[in-house]
Design a protein around this ligand. Structure first.
Ligand code: INS
Length: 518
């Protein structure tokens, strides 16, 4: 380690020229490990249980709706009941996302994860014991709040702990848990005929995570936000074995520089307000917010979840009668390609992956649109799409290939990169920032799920997928202009990048230099 590497990068926060001009001041904290420490892996996997519950709880609903039959109130569920039961979770998640980040700043990341578990268990329990539709809806709503809170706090927790060169991969572990949760939900849905057991199983991971977290610490960055130097020191020491005390103190100094802005001592409401204003007034924060919200909106507005929903009808057309199997093929592709993302995200870089995969995804969506042009889709009296008899199967086969290509390119990039959002924000407004961007995700999800069937009727399925494809193309242009490369950079460094512009070119150079020195 040379002398220069002990100079905290952020000491030079007034510098607006990056990165050659700052002579690549190396990070104050030299990571000696080539592999994250066992404690980091334990904390990451435990936090990722939240991701699993996000996936499982959004995934089991279609199977549960089929097997509920007349169990709720003695009559079959109407289409309206099904819609409300399904969307109650997304609505709850929107509420959870709006409040989760703010609570994480007030109470700590760990306590908020515990709160989300309580919501999972109360919401799940309410559903398991439901005798009428209304209590089922309330159960789904309460559980949805837990999903929303968990969807933002788990990646936040992980990215605050992770050494920069592993951060991308460690956050993808949570995304892997989401797609894994969806896959397991479909698998269980196919195996289990009893919906109450299907839902009850979903509460077990929440209990396991609670037990683990009782004994595990919060993140050093949160402890420093609250002024707990010793606790932060101890966690940094445990997660980075082999690092000198001086290097740890350097790191603490670096984090504390950003905490000068913290709202310590203010009342909770006042600090929420102050952070809300701060995130809009300070240029670097506003840029971070624009990037994070854009990525989250793009993830949902390119229609992946709608495609998942429609997949079973298409597969039926080409001879697959088992719709659960269909969902598993799509969810399986999503899972497998998220595994690949895990291995490439830090090496290739977030920006570059998006610029490679989004064009492929847009092209695949366009191919879906072309295939649909040759397939005649009708709608049954309930408004559900059905394939008109006598349709040429060959287009159905092409469509399946196009679907798989959409899901694969999605899972490699836009399916997981928006969840790296915590790295964009400075310490003082991180909770507020990720609350707003996660709420953007759930709002966009609600917009697509509530308008998808109407759009298919109004502009045909071919037109709907053409719209998704156009959104994909526009997103590539937007990302090319506004998304800097943050792979390998310290959380504190990203703010420097966003200080006087989006600094895309300079960030790419800095990230490359970091990769060479790590
Ligand atoms: O990152 C996740 C994942 O890609 C899921 O498969 C998808 O259903 C969610 O909407 C998304 O947020």
């Amino acid at each position: 380690m040379d002398e220069e590497s002990t100079v905290p990068f952020l000491e030079d926060t007034t510098s607006s020229q990056l990165p050659e001009e700052v002579n690549v001041k190396k990070r104050s904290f030299e990571y000696l490990e080539n592999f994250p420490s066992p404690l980091i892996l334990l904390l990451t996997s435990t936090a990722s249980i939240s991701g699993f519950m996000f996936g499982y709880d959004t995934g089991y609903v279609s199977a549960a709706l089929v097997s509920i039959g007349k169990d709720l109130g003695g009559s079959l569920l109407t289409l309206r009941d099904k819609e409300v039961i399904t969307s109650a979770t997304s609505l709850g998640a929107l509420l959870g996302a709006l409040t989760g980040g703010l609570l994480a700043d007030l109470w700590g990341r760990k306590r908020v994860i515990l709160l989300s578990n309580l919501l999972f268990i109360v919401g799940g329990g309410t559903q398991v014991f439901s005798q009428v539709v209304d209590s089922m809806i309330w159960g789904r709503f309460i559980m949805g709040i837990g999903v929303g809170v968990g969807s933002l706090v788990a990646p936040l927790f992980i990215s605050e702990l992770a050494p920069p060169q592993f951060r991308g991969r460690l956050v993808v572990i949570n995304c892997l848990a989401i797609t894994g949760g969806q896959l397991v939900a479909y698998l269980m849905g196919a195996l289990l005929r009893n919906w109450r057991i299907l839902i009850a199983i979903g509460c077990i991971p929440a209990l396991i995570q609670t037990l683990f977290f009782i004994y595990l610490p919060d993140t050093p960055r949160f402890y420093l936000m609250k002024g707990y130097h010793d606790k932060a020191f101890q966690v940094l020491r445990r997660i980075n074995p082999g690092i000198s005390d001086t290097a740890i103190e350097d790191k603490i100094l670096q984090i504390n520089q950003q905490n000068k802005q913290s709202t310590l001592g203010l009342s909770p409401w006042r600090s929420i307000w102050v952070n809300y204003i701060r995130i809009h007034r300070k240029a670097s924060n506003l840029r971070a917010l624009i990037i994070a919200c854009s990525l989250q909106a793009i993830q949902q507005l390119t229609g992946l979840n709608a495609l998942m929903y429609f997949a079973s009808t298409i597969f039926q057309m080409v001879g697959f009668k088992n719709s659960n199997l269909v969902s598993m093929v799509i969810a399986g592709t999503n899972f497998i390609f998220t595994v690949i993302a895990l291995f490439v995200i830090d090496r290739v870089g977030r920006r570059r992956i998006l610029l490679w995969t989004l064009p492929i995804m847009s092209l695949s969506l366009f191919l879906c649109s072309v295939c649909f042009h040759y397939i005649s889709v009708a709608f049954d009296p309930d408004g559900q799409p059905i394939i008109a008899p006598g349709t040429e199967n060959v287009w159905g086969h092409f469509l399946i290939l196009a679907f798989i290509s959409v899901v694969a390119s999605y899972a490699l990039g836009i399916g997981n990169i928006p969840w790296q959002q915590s790295e964009l924000f400075s310490q003082d407004v991180r909770g507020t920032g990720i609350s707003i961007s996660t709420a953007t995700n759930w709002t966009s999800c609600l917009i697509v799920s509530s308008s998808f069937l109407t759009a298919m009727k109004l502009v045909t399925p071919s037109g709907t997928f053409l719209i998704f494809s156009i959104i994909g193309v526009l997103s590539v242009v937007l990302i090319a202009f506004i998304y800097p490369e943050l792979s390998g950079l310290e959380l504190e460094e990203t703010q420097e990048i966003l200080q006087d512009g989006f600094n895309v070119k300079k960030s790419v150079q800095l990230s490359l230099q970091r990769q060479r020195t790590q």
